[in-house]
Design a protein around this ligand. Structure first.
Ligand SMILES: NC(=O)CC[C@H](N)C(=O)O
Length: 329
């Protein structure tokens, strides 16, 4: 009986791998509909047509396809991790006093709501205003100490110390005028707990952490299991914090395309302008479903659309969600 189910697993997994290879080959060409993130000089030269994916299941099954091993910077995917770190270090209620959990429908770097809605509390931690505020809330009285706290979380989750892409960091540090403007505004309204330059340094360093699709698939997998690390067999993020992070990914993670993502893909996901998408499928109550025990998904495709989301990566995720019935709704 056990032998039979093993054979079944091997068959199902090789079918999924060949489906995935076919979709990756197909959607790669859609990258020409997007552009690399031109506003960050060091991201301009990424190879438009790259597309890669890793899927990790809690039992250890791993499916990889395309350019899965190409390193890229986390950019806004880091916002999920810094929000989790701030909740761990300062407590959920303290963090939520300074940043809300409401989607905006505005661009990720928009400044408009800070002034239009008094007293100017950032709407959520997935947009830049919220993420810069969260960076200032991380424990420690210097940017280095705040970053150490954040790196500690990464080490705990991924089992390795994060590496920083210095070129991307310097490139953004020198050109981040809008983020500086956001930080100054937040300082004036007392939401920022540190100095402007300190919060910016933390925020831009976290954006410059280098990963592969395998790393973000593992982060997604841990979140899919409500903060339980299936390899280390340990609760590494409190369940309450993991659930909050997933709700924020679903409602705000794809910026002003989050509604469309929920409607047509239907899984919690977070994108970054370098072209990464961290997504996850929670365990399903319906038996016989693909990825029934849940999975983490890491995607990289550097051509992004007007919302800042990977063009080919979003199409690939949509195809997977439709074919494998992954929507949580
Ligand atoms: N959407 C993103 O990935 C934005 C992150 C980028 N570092 C910025 O602040 O503009």
């Amino acid at each position: 009986m056990e032998e039979l189910s093993k054979e079944y697993d091997i068959h199902v997994n090789s079918q999924r791998k060949s489906d995935l290879d076919e979709w990756v080959a197909h959607y790669r060409s859609f990258a020409i509909e997007g552009q690399t993130a031109n506003y960050i000089p060091a991201l301009r030269n990424a190879h438009l047509s790259q597309l890669g994916i890793t899927i990790l299941e809690p039992g250890g099954t791993m499916i990889k396809s395309g350019d899965w091993e190409v390193p890229f910077t986390l950019q806004s995917i880091s916002k999920v991790l810094s929000f989790i770190a701030a909740c761990l270090g300062r407590g959920i209620s303290y963090v939520l006093e300074r940043v809300d959990v409401e989607p905006t429908g505005d661009a990720f770097n928009s400044i408009i709501r800070l002034e239009m809605h008094k007293p100017g509390k950032p709407f959520n931690p997935m947009i830049n205003a919220g993420a810069i505020t969260v960076a200032s809330l991380l424990p420690g009285d210097s940017s280095q100490k705040k970053l150490e706290f954040l790196y500690g979380l990464f080490e705990n989750l991924l089992g390795k110390r994060p590496t920083i892409n210095e070129e991307v960091y310097q490139s953004e540090w020198q050109t981040s005028h809008r983020n500086r403007a956001l930080a100054h505004y937040l300082k004036e309204t007392n939401y920022l707990e540190s100095e402007v330059e300190e919060a910016l340094e933390v925020y831009l360093m976290q954006c410059s952490i280098e990963v592969t699709t395998e790393d973000i698939a593992l982060l997604g997998l841990i979140l899919s299991q409500d903060g339980y690390h299936p390899v280390r067999k340990e609760q590494v993020i409190p369940k309450k914090v993991a659930k909050l992070a997933k709700a924020l990914m679903l409602t705000c993670g794809m910026y002003n395309a989050s509604g469309k993502f929920a409607a047509f893909i239907g899984v919690p996901a977070k994108s970054g302008v370098s072209g990464g998408i961290m997504a996850l499928v929670p365990p399903s109550a319906r038996s016989g479903m693909p990825f029934q025990d849940g999975c983490g998904i890491g995607i990289y495709g550097p051509a992004i659309d007007e919302y800042g989301n990977s063009v080919a990566g979003s199409l690939l995720l949509k195809q997977m969600a439709q074919e494998w019935d992954l929507s949580i709704f």
